[in-house]
Write a protein that binds this ligand. Structure first.
Ligand code: NAD
Ligand code: TDX
Length: 397
């Protein structure tokens, strides 16, 4: 049986990962969840999971050395998967300090506790030895690589030249790009926001713990996720919520910035693959081969909701506006995010080649599922925005 410490599992991706793990591994798993339950963490998201006897929930900070050491002392943890972070770029611009504390110091504390708990002395040549089968996986982001330029104004069909990658991603005709260059695992780190600077710093500490202490680690760098339980401060769930309320849809700048979108369950599968089969010490990029401009994303979500409301009138019960109001007139261009990265584009060839992973969910399928999930889970949305969110929203927009 493998024992996991999953941090930040009351948040968006961590919760989806926890649900995926419990579904996949049956009785053969035990998970300690450590989450501070910040504004972004919601126990309601994982209510069913924490009632499961395979799960223990601990409310606390990843930066709390005593608490984390105690978790390692009580449970012989095999895998640490660190999702816990301050994750919103806009908030990092107004309060960078918090991002340093959680994303850097918190991650370093987890690394240190894992190192001490797993250390088993030195081999004949003086190299540190660790207990068998252990791994520390840091969940990082494409944003650490900085920003790419756009070479095309319209989506350009993606040509995969590597035959091994082409075989893994076979049969997909919808993959496209807005540029010629992509982030690979060897692209130099070039973070530009306080958020990405904090995530890049954590990555460097993970590498340092591997190089200096021999700690068995992996780093995964993923593109923008979307799917169920995404907090409505982020673009896609914010747009869905505002459309349903008939509120303006704030698009930064001209809406030309490009993000690569990946369905969250595909991210969970990638992390599982890296934990099980990833080569120790390696970085793996995870991406959707699915770039889109923000404006196109917003237009697409409007179109999906308008269609659902037309064709399935029973859904109109979640509307706080008239169906006729759901169209592109809701879009409003607002001031740009300072230092707004123009384009992110992940090249996930390494994980495809080595681990056979690829983005399984076509965007049109994933986004339809996501919109429907939000229509069916308005109570969840109301619950997570009930705290400080209103104040935050009024300050932001
Ligand atoms: P999220 O903001 O939805 O959730 C973060 C979770 O971490 C919350 O449950 C919160 O309570 C918890 N947390 C925050 N500070 C903590 C602390 N000090 N101690 C313990 N718990 C704490 O974030 P998310 O979108 O699910 O992102 C998860 C991870 O994935 C982050 O590390 C993020 O950098 C990374 N990532 C996110 C995306 C994305 O598109 N959302 C893409 C790539 C990488
Ligand atoms: O109201 C908005 N209007 C708008 O135009 C918001 C919230 C965002 N945007 C733009 C900014 C970005 O170009 O949409 C794009 C997506 O924004 P976010 O959802 O805030 O995501 P992003 O800044 O790209 O970062 C996300 O992906 C990488 C996650 O929040 C990070 O945690 C992850 O590392």
């Amino acid at each position: 049986m493998k024992k996991y410490l999953v941090t930040g599992a009351a948040g968006f991706i961590g919760a989806n990962f926890l649900k995926y793990l419990l579904g996949k591994y049956g009785r053969d798993i035990y998970v300690v969840v450590l989450d501070k339950l910040t504004y972004a963490g919601n126990l309601g998201t994982i209510r069913q999971e924490i009632a499961d006897e395979r799960v223990r929930f601990v409310k606390g900070d990843i930066g709390n050395a005593e608490l984390v050491a105690q978790i390692f002392a009580e449970t012989d943890i095999d895998y640490v998967v660190n999702f816990a972070a301050e994750s919103h770029v806009d908030r990092s611009i107004t309060n960078p300090q918090l991002f340093l504390e959680t994303n850097i110091l918190g991650a370093q504390n987890l690394l240190d506790c894992a190192r001490k708990a797993w250390y088993r002395g030195k081999d004949a040549e003086g190299h540190p030895l660790y207990a068998e089968g252990k791994k520390f996986l840091q969940v990082s982001t494409d944003e650490v690589y900085g920003s790419l330029t756009k070479d095309y104004d319209e989506p350009h069909p993606l040509e995969i030249t590597d035959p091994d990658v082409r075989r893994v991603v076979s049969g997909r005709t919808d993959l496209h790009t807005y540029g010629k260059r992509f982030f690979t695992e060897t692209t130099p780190l070039d973070p530009r926001s306080p958020y990405s600077a904090s995530k890049a710093s954590a990555d460097l500490f993970v590498r340092a713990y591997h190089e200096t202490y021999g700690l068995p680690v992996n780093i995964t760098r993923c593109s923008n996720n979307y799917g169920p339980y995404h907090f409505p401060e982020k673009l896609i769930p914010l747009i869905i919520r505002n459309i349903l309320a008939g509120q303006k849809l704030p698009v930064y700048g001209k809406g030309e910035n490009v993000r690569d979108w990946l369905y969250v369950e595909d991210h969970a599968k990638a992390i599982d693959a890296v934990l099980q089969r990833g080569r120790t010490g390696e970085v793996y990029n995870i991406g959707g081969f699915n770039e889109e401009t923000n404006l196109n994303i917003v237009k697409l979500v409007i179109a999906i909701i308008a269609r659902i409301m037309r064709e399935e009138p029973e859904y109109r019960r979640v509307l706080k506006t008239d169906v006729e109001n759901i169209d592109e007139r809701l879009i409003t261009f607002v001031g740009d995010r300072p230092g707004h990265d123009m384009r992110y584009a992940i090249d996930p060839s390494k994980i495809a080649r080595e681990l056979g992973w690829y983005p399984e969910t076509p965007f049109r399928v994933g986004i339809e599922k996501t919109v429907r999930w939000y229509l069916d889970h308005q109570a969840w949305v109301d619950e997570v925005v009930s705290g400080d969110y209103q104040k935050y929203y009024e300050q932001m927009y």
